[in-house]
Design a protein around this ligand. Structure first.
Ligand code: ADP
Length: 364
């Protein structure tokens, strides 16, 4: 017991560590009733007492195993939680991806629906436009046929009356009056010819007959063609032509038709004026510009001016096709026709045509 007392007793942990290091290598502390036990000794500060306790190895092992099992379990739970969090994060991410891709798919589908709807609208619009174009062509055709048949029927009916009158006059042997009836019929035929000529020039389209045209020559020939009508009344005509050729690329006859129409309108507009005057000015710049100015009554309705069948003239004096046809011809030649009222009264018509510069230089 003395020897035992001098020994510093190992702590329980040391003993446990030693015991777990190598169970077999350690000597058993003691045996109690044939069972290996762990000996623990404690000093009690009372009369040099020592307290010795014995614990069965098996119970220590159980405890250690219990703590180990607890730790393993804790670690396993920790690992499981980690996995759970990781998988939850992954699942969340997948869910977000899926949501986003579902939204994208929905957006895509909506866009496709919209595109399809738009295409349908476009197709509908095209069909509507075609129908409109067709309808307006038919309407124009109808309007034109009505006006033309009215314009032609009127002189035809008048001719029938004059013929009946002429027959009666012949029976009554009044040749002088019969002749004047014939003259009237002749005038009516001229008038019908004028109407059909206008329509013919309208129908003749296309750039087949296009050639290099000197606008100065077209102005001169239009003026000489109007001479008989100008002779009837005194109208002062001033013409200003450039010294160099005013070349355009177009149809000479139709260009002359435009100038004749403008001159005829100017003559008509100056009927009520005491000193009628018409200025024809041809100017060269970026374009070839023809201006026909009169000192007549001026234009009543600038908006309807170029509309087919718009006329302020008496039935028989005008069909209202002249300006509609003329502006159509100018458009075909690649130019444009404008109209305004002059500052000092009267009307000003301006025709601008693309200038053929190379040809102009070649001709110089
Ligand atoms: P129309 O001469 O057969 O009436 P136009 O298309 O040539 O047909 O002219 C349409 C209308 O434009 C004329 O009835 C007239 O009212 C107006 N107009 C044309 N030229 C002139 C002008 N120089 N001055 C005033 N009004 C004009």
């Amino acid at each position: 017991a003395e020897a035992l007392r001098r020994q510093t007793p190992p702590t329980a942990i040391e003993v446990a560590l030693r015991a777990t290091q190598d169970w077999a290598a350690l000597p058993i502390d003691a045996y109690l009733r044939g069972e290996a036990v762990l000996r623990r000794e404690a000093r009690v500060p009372f009369q040099g007492w020592r307290m010795v306790s014995y614990t069965a190895y098996s119970s220590v092992r159980e405890r250690v195993n219990g703590v180990l099992a607890l730790e393993v379990m804790g670690f396993a739970i920790f690992l499981a939680m980690m996995f759970w969090f990781a998988s939850r994060k992954a699942t969340n991410r997948v869910a977000v991806f899926e949501r986003e891709s579902a939204e994208l798919r929905a957006l895509n589908a909506a866009l496709q629906r919209e595109i399809a709807a738009r295409k349908q609208v476009e197709r509908n619009l095209e069909v509507a436009e075609q129908t409109m174009a067709q309808t307006s062509k038919l309407a124009a055709l109808g309007e034109m046929s009505a006006a033309v048949s009215h314009e032609l029927n009127q002189p035809l009916a008048a001719m029938k009356t004059y013929l009946a009158g002429a027959r009666l006059l012949l029976q009554r042997k009044r040749p002088e009056e019969t002749l004047s009836s014939f003259q009237r019929i002749d005038d009516l035929i001229d008038r019908m010819g004028a109407i059909t000529r206008q329509l013919k020039s309208y129908a003749r389209k296309g750039s087949d007959a296009f050639e290099e045209v000197d606008t100065r020559a077209a102005v001169s020939s239009a003026l000489s063609m109007m001479e008989p009508q100008l002779k009837n009344r005194y109208v002062e005509i001033s013409r200003t032509l450039p010294g160099e050729p005013a070349m355009i690329f177009g149809d000479r006859l139709r260009l002359e038709q435009v100038i004749i129409n403008l001159l005829r309108n100017a003559i008509d507009a100056t009927k009520t004026v005491a000193d009628p005057r018409i200025d024809v000015i041809l100017a060269l710049g970026e374009t070839v510009t023809l201006t026909v100015r009169d000192n007549g009554s001026g234009i009543d309705d600038l908006d309807s001016l170029f509309e087919p069948f718009y006329t302020t003239k008496q039935p028989g004096d005008g069909v209202g096709l002249g300006l509609a046809i003329s502006s159509g011809i100018v458009n075909d030649l690649g130019g444009r026709m404008t109209a305004r009222n002059g500052a000092g009264g009267g009307a000003v018509f301006e025709v601008q045509l693309p200038r053929l510069k190379t040809a102009a230089k070649a001709a110089e």
